[in-house]
Ligand binder design. Sequence first.
Ligand SMILES: Nc1ncnc2c1ncn2[C@@H]1O[C@H](COP(=O)(O)OP(=O)(O)O)[C@@H](O)[C@H]1O
Ligand SMILES: [Mg+2]
Length: 258
Amino acid sequence: MNYRWSTVPFVLRDAIESDIGHVRTASPLEWMRSVPMVAVLRTRTHRAVVVKAAPESHISGAEYLRREAVAAPRVAELATQMLGTYQVGGWVANITAFHRARFVNLSPESPDLPRVARALDAARRTHYGSPLPSLSDRWSDVLSADDRHLLRGQFLLHTNLHPTNLSIYSALSVPRVHIVGWGRAVLGPRWAEFTLFYRQLRRAGHTPSGAVAWLHQFPEWRTAALPERVTALARAMQLGASRHDHDIWAELVSPPAR
Ligand SMILES: Nc1ncnc2c1ncn2[C@@H]1O[C@H](COP(=O)(O)OP(=O)(O)O)[C@@H](O)[C@H]1O
Ligand SMILES: [Mg+2]
């Protein structure tokens, strides 16, 4: 079930309005799938904000918002600015600064690619021990202990760098990529973010060798994405994947060494 701003419990609206002022308009935002309530709020006194909210009973939505609240401030130079987090009246909510932006184009000749590379490289450097689950926890029941070990790491990974999570913010003289959608962030090894990005490059029309060549610009990919590590992650990603994605991940599975 989805909610509108007007149907959110009064105590939560009141808490948010005490920070940003009386909400004059609440307009829906497209592209939102993870949480059941999202809107752009406008007031007389505060800049426009995006509110995302979920009742605690919406397990995945509430978890998404908690993780976003942990992760986004730790990558502040990349993420949209987190202005407030709330846990009121049985609901969880985050508000972030609203940016008018367009999604990146990841196709092979796109001028956005170098900008995306800069953002990925910055994300590579921002790593902190944070209270987030581990990448390998996603498959705790199904992966072998050895494979789980290969996926261990202490770096903050976004894990879902779909183009709708990569916005070009062009109000600046040098257009910059903002990364949104931090609700699936986990801790893991740095090379995993690049490996996961392979799928986005393939979906955007890169050939398998073209996608690997693009990833080669990142030192972390060149030095740490060893075949057995990439294979462990690609195999894990195949579990429950669509047919199309399953085939993309198969391209990264190396034959066993003889
Ligand atoms: N602060 C923001 N300013 C402008 N647009 C935003 C902002 N936050 C999210 N969005 C838009 O909402 C969409 C969905 O948000 P996101 O956090 O990625 O959730 P989901 O996991 O459901 O995709 C994004 O793709 C982006 O277009
Ligand atoms: Mg998203």
